[in-house]
Design a binder for this molecule. Structure first.
Ligand code: PEP
Ligand code: MN
Length: 348
């Protein structure tokens, strides 16, 4: 059962409902969205008589759920999309879309500063960069670790940006909980349920990528793991699924899956248009397609000198390529109903 509280329900009203649930022997989990709170009742085997809740104030409606998953479906969220608010006017799943951009990996203080300065001057406000890198080969560059996180944070602060970076284990998660604005869970860890429970156990925004071989059902289970812990601030990222050996591209972006996802789930979905391509000339066409299918934003790899990049150089855009993409996405995103939010460039 889900108890959807009214917008503006007080803390006391929410606590009274939670106490009421516990008094009849069940457990309650509160999910605090930016608009309203939802209380998940679990521990019951059969149907709960909802008239018991008539005595409580602040309840909008009650939803009985027979499906295995409870929190991930839009219909169980009152048909309302969840807005993930990152602060400073950046929110996902509202009228606007955003571009998250930056290098695959933070490679040095200078390169991340140069990238942040460029992106900020173009009105982009979310900087990506891996410090703990889950590489396909154990012999490839594995990231700068803590030092990389520090460089990323400092660069972002200098240019008034937010940061997203990937956690791969408990150590990196703890480090990023302290410093990052959004924690990324990569494709390889989409089904790492203990990591998902940990990010679910805070209110920190999470960006979770769909696994290479994950169906939407698998993805929904992973999202439910985070939501069930009480964290509604989840951004989902389509990044492409496995393809036949020998193909020129790395993965296939599931375009129809974007619109299907948006119909079924209340969370925002962005599309990583870099990792599937292995070729920067394919990034713009993919961005056009992803916007056409109704995504809430894009993730794009950008590097000051991609030919010298320590990871994913071939698919990383140069600054010049990024300008071309921005111009086009600005135009198209408006046409497709989710105009790109561009901020005024500013530096501290
Ligand atoms: C990344 O975004 O840096 C990354 C490693 O992506 P993915 O998990 O999609 O492979
Ligand atoms: Mn990469």
């Amino acid at each position: 059962m889900l108890i959807i509280m009214k917008i503006g329900a007080t803390k006391q009203q929410i606590l009274a409902v939670v106490q009421g649930i516990e008094e009849i022997g069940y457990q309650a989990k509160i999910s605090k969205g930016s608009q309203r709170s939802i209380i998940l009742v679990h521990g019951n085997i059969g149907y709960i008589d909802e008239s018991y809740f008539n005595k409580f104030g602040g309840i909008r409606n009650i939803v009985h759920i027979s499906r295995r998953l409870k929190l991930v479906y839009k219909e169980n969220n009152g048909g309302v999309d969840t807005v993930v608010d990152i602060g400073d006017g950046i929110s996902f799943n509202e009228y606007f879309s955003h571009i998250i951009a930056g290098p695959c990996s933070v490679e040095s203080e200078d390169m991340i500063n140069e990238t942040a300065q460029f992106l900020c001057s173009r009105g982009i406000r979310v900087l990506r960069g891996g410090a703990f890198k889950p590489r396909t080969s154990p012999y490839s560059f594995q990231g700068l670790g803590d030092k990389g996180v520090r460089y990323l944070r400092d660069a972002a602060d200098r240019y008034c940006m937010k940061i997203v970076s990937e956690a791969v284990d408990e150590y990196s998660l703890n480090a990023l909980m302290e410093t990052a604005d959004i924690i990324q869970i990569g494709a390889r860890n989409m089904q790492n349920y203990s990591l998902l429970k940990k990010v679910g156990n805070s209110n920190k925004p999470v960006l979770i990528k769909r696994g290479f071989t994950a169906s939407h059902d698998d993805l929904f289970v992973s999202l439910e793991y985070i939501l069930a812990e009480g964290n509604p601030n989840v951004i989902v990222c389509e990044r492409g699924i496995r393809i036949f050996e020998g193909s020129k591209q790395r993965s296939i972006i599931d375009l129809l899956g974007i619109s299907d996802f948006k119909e079924e789930c209340h969370l925002p979905m962005i599309v990583d248009v870099s990792h599937a391509t292995r070729d920067r000339s394919k990034v713009l066409p993919l961005a056009r397609a992803a916007m056409a299918y109704g995504c809430d934003g894009l993730m794009v790899e950008v590097h000051p000198d991609p030919d010298k990049a320590l990871s994913d150089g071939p698919q990383s855009l140069t600054f010049k390529d990024f300008d071309a993409l921005l111009l086009e996405v600005k135009k198209l995103s408006g046409m497709f109903g989710k105009p790109l939010k561009i901020f005024k460039g500013s530096e501290k």
